[in-house]
Design a protein around this ligand. Structure first.
Ligand SMILES: C[S@@+](CC[C@H](N)C(=O)[O-])C[C@H]1O[C@@H](n2cnc3c(N)ncnc32)[C@H](O)[C@@H]1O
Length: 235
């Protein structure tokens, strides 16, 4: 079966799973970067997909989990898989008006592999501004995205085809289409390249203090280069 549309907005939700790097790199990096918390605490997951991060948020002590995703299919699947979470269909670039005053106060905002799907710098900045707006003072943003200098999608391998307008590292916003074959299903999706300068500029412009990065180094896989980067920023 071939799926050539933006995969998240439809049938792909049924197939959504994870590559090996989720277990070996992304989740260990996220668990290192997200502060543990106790008491009545809330975490917002932007571009939550099927809600796969919910159990990890709970493991770190976050009692309330809210996930936002543009795809109603993903939100439907997330609600089925994780009935204890709260899920909303919305854009991560414009969602704060949908939250009640009570919901507007998060201890942490996380986002995993969503930012690279945002097609304009204006909306990338909006994601950070909206995150800032809904965090408590002292709250933390932990955002994981493909590493712009060593993007694994750009590195052709046996199960991935990349068709790219990419002309070089500095070509911000350049698009690339990635086709993966999972079983007998072929998925094509579009991502956009955002250099480190753009990302850090947006984090700082939104008002955050960048307090750390994690390049998702794994001691037990053989990849020599990073595939993801995590930004840790506080309000
Ligand atoms: C690669 S998936 C990652 C899902 C999840 N974070 C995970 O790691 O399992 C990217 C998700 O971002 C969502 N997404 C894309 N653009 C979005 C936007 N502007 N606002 C909210 N969600 C968006 C997609 O629908 C998709 O579910």
């Amino acid at each position: 079966m071939a799926i050539h549309k933006k995969q998240y907005h439809g049938v792909f939700a049924e197939h959504y799973g994870h590559t090996e790097t989720w277990d070996t790199r992304v989740i260990p990096g996220m668990l290192r970067s997200l502060p543990a918390i106790s008491g009545n605490s809330a975490l917002l997951d932007l571009g939550c997909g099927a809600g796969h991060f919910l159990p990890y948020a709970r493991q770190k002590g976050y009692q309330h989990y809210v996930g936002i995703d543009l795809s109603s299919d993903m939100v439907k699947r997330a609600s089925q898989c994780h009935p204890t979470g709260e899920f909303l269909v919305a854009s991560a670039a414009q969602f704060s008006h949908l939250l009640s005053d009570q919901q507007m106060r998060f201890d942490a905002v996380v986002s995993i592999m969503m930012l690279s799907t945002i097609p304009s710098k204006h909306d990338v900045l909006s994601v950070f501004k909206q995150s800032y707006a809904v965090l408590k003072h002292g709250g933390v943003l932990v955002l994981c995205t493909p590493h712009p200098a060593f993007n694994s999608y750009m590195q052709h391998n046996n199960d991935t085809q990349v068709n790219t307008e990419f002309e070089g590292y500095y070509a911000q916003g350049r698009r690339y289409d990635v086709t993966r074959t999972i079983g007998d299903t072929k998925l094509t999706f579009t991502d956009y390249h955002w250099p480190l300068t753009t990302l850090i500029d947006c984090i700082v412009t939104a008002g955050f203090k960048l307090t750390g990065i994690d390049e998702c180094q794994s001691t037990n896989d053989k990849q020599a280069n990073p595939s993801h980067i995590i930004f840790i920023a506080t309000k």
